[in-house]
Write a protein that binds this ligand. Structure first.
Ligand code: SUG
Length: 456
């Protein structure tokens, strides 16, 4: 087994139609910013700057393109057929939320794009990837088909096994890596996997949230473990505490984060948390003969409310090429006194993280997406990295090209009114075309959703 496995980060470039639709019930930021003006340009630059900072730390960084929006083909399936001018005007009057969904830039939150199991952990020594079906939310359910095509385009079958998204159904809701944490002393070692689900729908006696809906189901997590061929002795399944869901923790990555041999988690994150962490420690120690560093932030140090508003846990812990560990946190964690205190203490008292960098990701944060939401992690060997479609790697020249596309082609500010505008529709398509070209993806059939007869 190659020892050159390193963690690759794949970030979703924010699309030109980024707006605040208020579509994510249970995600308090999304609800709070509904219908406020958004800045696609700032959103995309903030995300790109984060990815570039990671690349400059010597960590392999890739960029995934925005998806085809608006999804006129989907609107046509819902009965809004005809030329775009007619469709836009009808949908905006009769079903504005459908227009928002068709335009949603939600694929930017790549942590929900899929679940990745590295070749170190799979029986056929291929990297297994399951695109998330995201069938919980209307706007997000539009993502999986194009995500599947994209993964097939950039991850060749010689090294990667790209599965179909799980079948659609309330019991099989899958939200991808946002509810999955892989732990191992180094990326080359076998991983111990924590899968967190919000609901065990076949077990009605399970505690359930009362205010907001759970997203990930236990059946979905179990199916991923089976289809990726993960060793059950290396997996732990845990239920997210329903109170956290009701407090706005719609994914586990809003309340816990792990990297290599380190895990930072809120004291109230999971049901039966002590037993779950004991099982995790036991399995980890058995395989690695060393201990997992567990740091628990108790509610008196950081309340659930502060955890959700600061997004402290939704950070990226990164091992730089030098071996030094740094944590990328949203600037909201710096301005929240309790969160900042916890982070300062963490750096001073533990050997797990040596520095914290605060980044402004406000445009994404206003829709509930922090640094960790914007990236999908894939531990890859050198051979696997070489097999990835070369156009997606964030080199300096590609960073410059993407930055100038965003500066020239993305609007400074939009509101819902812009979604009705035919010029805006054309701009979105041109910007995406330029990005696909910059990522050398223009020869791939990624959407294929255009129906005949939609043109004016
Ligand atoms: O699914 N927000 C996303 C945020 C996803 C964050 N991802 C992770 N935690 N990994 C969601 O709730 C809001 C869209 C809107 O309202 O316009 C939205 O979909």
């Amino acid at each position: 087994m190659s020892t050159s496995v390193v963690e690759v980060n794949l970030d979703g470039l924010v699309g030109p139609s980024h707006h605040y639709a208020g579509l994510a019930f249970g995600n308090e930021a999304s609800l709070k910013h509904r219908a406020m003006p958004s800045s696609p340009r700032h959103a995309a630059i903030q995300g790109l700057e984060k990815a570039w900072q990671v690349a400059r730390l010597g960590i392999p960084q890739a960029v995934l393109p925005p998806q085809n929006r608006p999804r006129l083909d989907w609107l046509a399936e819902l009965g809004f057929a005809g030329p775009p001018s007619v469709v836009l005007s009808r949908v905006s009057q009769e079903a504005p939320q459908l227009l928002s969904a068709a335009y949603s830039a939600s694929p930017m939150w790549c942590a929900n794009a899929g679940t990745v199991s590295p070749s170190t952990d799979t029986p056929d020594r291929k990297v297994h990837v399951t695109p998330a079906n995201l069938n919980h939310g209307l706007h997000r359910s539009l993502e999986s088909e194009e995500t599947l095509k994209l993964f097939r385009a950039i991850f060749p079958s010689s090294h990667f096994e790209i599965h179909l998204p799980l079948p659609i159904g309330r019991n099989l809701q899958d939200e991808g890596a946002a509810n999955h944490t892989r732990l191992a002393p180094t990326q080359s070692k076998p991983g111990i996997h924590l899968f967190v689900y919000g609901v065990d729908s076949l077990s009605p006696e399970h505690a359930a949230p009362e205010k907001f809906p759970p997203r990930q189901t236990r059946l979905a997590s179990e199916a991923i473990i089976r289809r990726h061929g993960l060793d059950p002795a290396h997996c732990v399944l845990a239920q997210q505490h329903p109170d956290t869901i009701d407090a706005g923790v719609f994914h586990h990555d809003v309340i816990g984060v792990g990297h290599e041999d380190f895990m930072l988690i809120h004291g109230n994150a999971l049901m039966h948390q002590d037993a779950v962490l004991e099982e995790l420690q036991k399995k980890y120690t058995k395989v690695h003969r060393s201990k997992l560093e567990l740091v628990i932030l108790e509610p008196h140090e950081l309340s659930l409310t502060d955890a959700v508003s600061s997004y402290l846990f939704n950070s990226q812990i990164l091992t730089e090429a030098s071996g030094r560990r740094t944590m990328i946190c949203p600037s909201e964690s710096e301005s929240n006194p309790a969160a900042a205190r916890c982070l300062n203490r963490l750096v001073e008292s533990s050997s797990c993280v040596e520095s914290v960098r605060y980044l402004n990701l406000r445009e994404s944060m206003n829709n509930g997406g922090g640094p960790a939401c914007l990236r999908l992690r894939a531990p890859l060997s050198r051979g696997e990295r070489n097999a990835v479609h070369s156009g997606v790697w964030l080199t300096e020249s590609r960073y410059n090209t993407l930055r100038s596309i965003i500066e020239c082609m993305y609007r400074e500010q939009i509101t819902f009114e812009d979604l009705k505008d035919l010029d805006f529709l054309a701009e979105c398509s041109q910007a995406r075309k330029a990005i696909l070209h910059a990522l050398e993806l223009d020869d791939f059939e990624l959407d294929g959703f255009e129906l005949d007869g939609l043109k004016d």
